[in-house]
Design a protein around this ligand. Sequence first.
Ligand SMILES: C[S@@+](CC[C@H](N)C(=O)[O-])C[C@H]1O[C@@H](n2cnc3c(N)ncnc32)[C@H](O)[C@@H]1O
Length: 384
Amino acid sequence: MTVTFFAPCPRGLEALLQDELEQLGAQAVVVTPGGVEFSGPFELCYKANLESRIASRVLWRVFHGRYRSEQDLYRAAYDLPWPDWFSPRDTIKVKVSAQQCPLRSLEFVTLKIKDAVCDRFRASTGSRPSVDTRKPDLRIDAFLERTGVTLYLDTSGEALFKRGWRRVSAEAPLRENLAAGILKLSGWNGEQALLDPMCGGGTILLEAALMALNISPGVGRSFAFEKLSHFDERAWRALCRASRSRERPRIPLAIHGSDLDGVALKAARANLETAGLSEVVKLEQADVLEITPPADEGVLITNPPYGVRAGDPVELSAFYPRLGDRLKRHFAGWRAYLFTSDLRLPTLIRLAATRRTPLFNGALECRLFEFKMVRGGMRRSPIT
Ligand SMILES: C[S@@+](CC[C@H](N)C(=O)[O-])C[C@H]1O[C@@H](n2cnc3c(N)ncnc32)[C@H](O)[C@@H]1O
């Protein structure tokens, strides 16, 4: 039987997610801002959860229809066969999001949908699931538009960017799926030298190592779909085995990270160790303004400190020109990708950006700036 899914992702990465899902066999793919809708057999969500580096979640669409009142929403939710899908012993959480919804209180809508699910369970089985807003077994998502409502059962559980290796958080860490998207946008092929000279807790390095070694991002973690009554454990085990058999041996790779801050490096080390990747990535404590490249050519990808979350904007205005100088003098032959919400960066760094890709870090509008470092200097970018 074919079912429909929706996978949300960081805005700006929808096309990459579409590619990933199509490679996994997704049909009827529709790209919308912030996510991708697709169809396939139910087991397709096992694959998407296990293998997508870009999706934030994979939601199974269980209802789509029109509504006018809270009572319509209650009815729509009550009529679904929830007890066929999971047990009343599983805990649930209902999450409602809306765009142009005319109803007054989303909290009240949340309550109505939760009541509908519980009432349906009580009528069919005599007992009802409990609510756990912190760590539920299953999440029910409702998305309300002006006249339409879509209900989803979340097949992921914990968000997919929680890969399970982040033991220690450094300052302003990137989400893992955003880091993976940035790596893909850079065109890094897994063999070229890679350097993140302001690596913080090592998110970019870890995602790079997983990609280069063909390690599925979801391998080893659990998913909400395992709680569903029709969970096909044999099919899931077979997918996990197949994924493990495609992994490359964990040998040292040309993936290099450095940071000025010893505490950040400690976090990166701990995270690499948790992921079993400490032998694969080289780490070093260094000031980016004093580093030399680890190879003649390569790809530098980094997420410098920026005003909103880290770093003083005034200090940063002094830092960027020096960073530009360092890249110009020492990194000829490299492509550099700087991910930031500071749109002054190309002006301050005094390098001509060859590409600027808009991306969102949550609600924060950012850019991925590309600079191709050529010998003999570069013109400053006329536009910012
Ligand atoms: C926004 S954070 C990077 C976060 C990282 N991408 C992650 O996901 O964990 C910026 C990092 O730049 C580092 N940094 C700031 N100035 C530096 C410098 N002059 N040289 C090297 N690293 C520096 C900070 O210590 C911080 O870890």
